[in-house]
Design a protein around this ligand. Structure first.
Ligand code: V47
Ligand code: SF4
Length: 405
């Protein structure tokens, strides 16, 4: 139950329909939103209304705490068998020599570059190619863990798993068990796109279906393991497809409780087959974060992926339900820079990330990959803090009085 006081400003807004007031009352009472409520929110809810509600839910769960972690990305290849229309990787299959395909030794070299860095997680993500099969990946994960046991391996998505398990003729349950035994610690949220076949078949035909994506996460969760979920939005999907996507995630989470974080991914339109599709506006992005927070009542965390949306929007999102902004990454995956992400070289040091969070009056907390607190930065002052006086303490400019001569 949320503080009923948050309804007062909403009641004053005479433009809010009884339908939206009923939804607000449901949120305050902790009553689950229906599919129809989700559609109403996307179609009719004003931004300020969504902000008030999503922020109240966020603060009830996490107060001002905003998580980040220290991670880096490893991309085995930027060539892919599949031809997802939104993805800049799919273009390279016809001119494979222009891409890269790392060997296991080269990947270990990449991992070793971080040996003296205080990173806690490697996120392995990339294209699908036949040489990267089940044995390749189980050997790779074992090598990483042998080399650096405490490094959390967040690796691959159901898109790769579906492909490599089929090739190895093992069931999802058997395959996920082998992956766990080889040392993978968690599964990232990628490959979800839009589950509904009306859209998925058009933008991501040929790779695992929405049902298969969910089945693979289910098997992983049954092993006691954690994963994330994403939704690629803002292209050709309709609101009903977004709500359907959220609904399916919410119901799997009811069943397993294995999801940690939901990460809405804004479609970027450079260098792919959907470059003619206009990108969503910041306003739409904020609405989408807030509605995700309200609909996914059983997801602990909502994450904004700052390299994709930029630092300013990441800061704004913290008032619209988001309580996590990805890690301190020294170089984002090429998948985004090729697709036109806000940040071409998105590197943020821990100090910069802490400042980014503090400057919108939130509390930065460094976490590990399963949300254990590593450092809360209470009392930690950086050199740059001395120059920041808070956004309410800008010098007041006194109006100049003009006296008639
Ligand atoms: O599945 C590809 C997306 C995803 C584009 O779990 C695009 O912590 C926008 O899932 N515009 C992979 N998005 C990345 C991913 C992820 C990222 C950060 C954190 C986590 C996590 C997971 O990237 C793909 C696809 O949905 N993608 N092309 C594009 N043009
Ligand atoms: Fe391949 Fe993934 Fe890109 Fe689709 S989104 S083309 S599966 S890398």
């Amino acid at each position: 139950m949320l503080d009923k006081g948050i309804l007062s400003p909403l009641k004053l807004d005479k433009r809010l329909s009884p339908e939206l007031m009923t939804i607000a009352e449901k949120v305050v009472a902790g009553t689950r939103l229906s599919f129809a409520d989700g559609i109403t929110l996307f179609e009719k809810a004003p931004l300020a209304y969504l902000g008030v509600l999503a922020n109240a839910v966020r603060e009830k769960r996490h107060g001002d705490v905003t998580y980040f972690n220290r991670n880096f990305h490893l991309e085995p290849t930027n060539v892919c068998l599949y031809t997802c229309t939104f993805c800049s990787y799919s273009r390279l299959i016809k001119k494979r020599s222009e891409g890269w395909e790392l060997t296991a030794d080269q990947m270990m070299d990449e991992i070793m570059k971080y040996d003296d860095e205080p990173v806690t997680e490697v996120h392995i993500v990339g294209g699908v190619l036949p040489q990267y099969d089940l044995k390749f990946y189980t050997d790779l994960f074992s090598r990483i863990k042998k080399h650096r046991p405490e490094l959390h391996v967040k690796a691959l998505t159901p898109v790769e798993y579906h492909y490599i398990f089929k090739k190895a003729k093992v069931s999802y349950a058997e395959g996920m068990k082998l992956i766990k035994e080889s040392g993978a610690d968690s599964m990232p949220g990628g490959g979800a796109e839009i589950f509904h076949p009306e859209i998925r078949d058009q933008i991501a035909g040929g790779k695992c279906t929405g049902e298969e994506w969910l089945d693979i996460h289910r098997e992983w969760h049954k092993l006691g393991m954690k994963s994330n979920a994403t939704m690629l939005y803002g292209h050709i999907e309709k609101f009903e497809h977004r709500v359907d996507h959220l609904e399916k995630l919410r119901s799997l989470q009811d069943e397993t409780g294995g999801f940690q974080t939901f990460i809405p991914l804004k479609f970027r339109n450079e260098n792919n087959q959907m470059s003619h599709v206009k990108e969503s506006t910041t306003l739409e992005d904020l609405r989408n974060y807030a509605i995700s927070r309200l609909y996914l009542d059983n997801f602990p965390h909502i994450k904004a992926y700052w390299p994709m949306i930029g630092r300013d929007v990441a800061q704004l999102s913290l008032a619209f339900g988001v309580n996590d902004i990805d890690g301190t990454i020294d170089d984002t995956t090429k998948i985004y820079s090729m697709a036109g992400s806000e940040e071409q070289h998105p590197a943020m040091s821990t100090e910069q990330l802490v400042q980014l969070i503090r400057s919108v009056e939130r509390k930065p907390v460094e976490r590990d990959s399963v949300y254990n607190v590593l450092k809360d930065f209470e009392g930690v002052e950086f050199e740059s803090d001395k120059h920041f006086k808070g956004y309410l303490s800008l010098p007041v400019v006194k109006p100049t009085t003009t006296t008639a001569e």
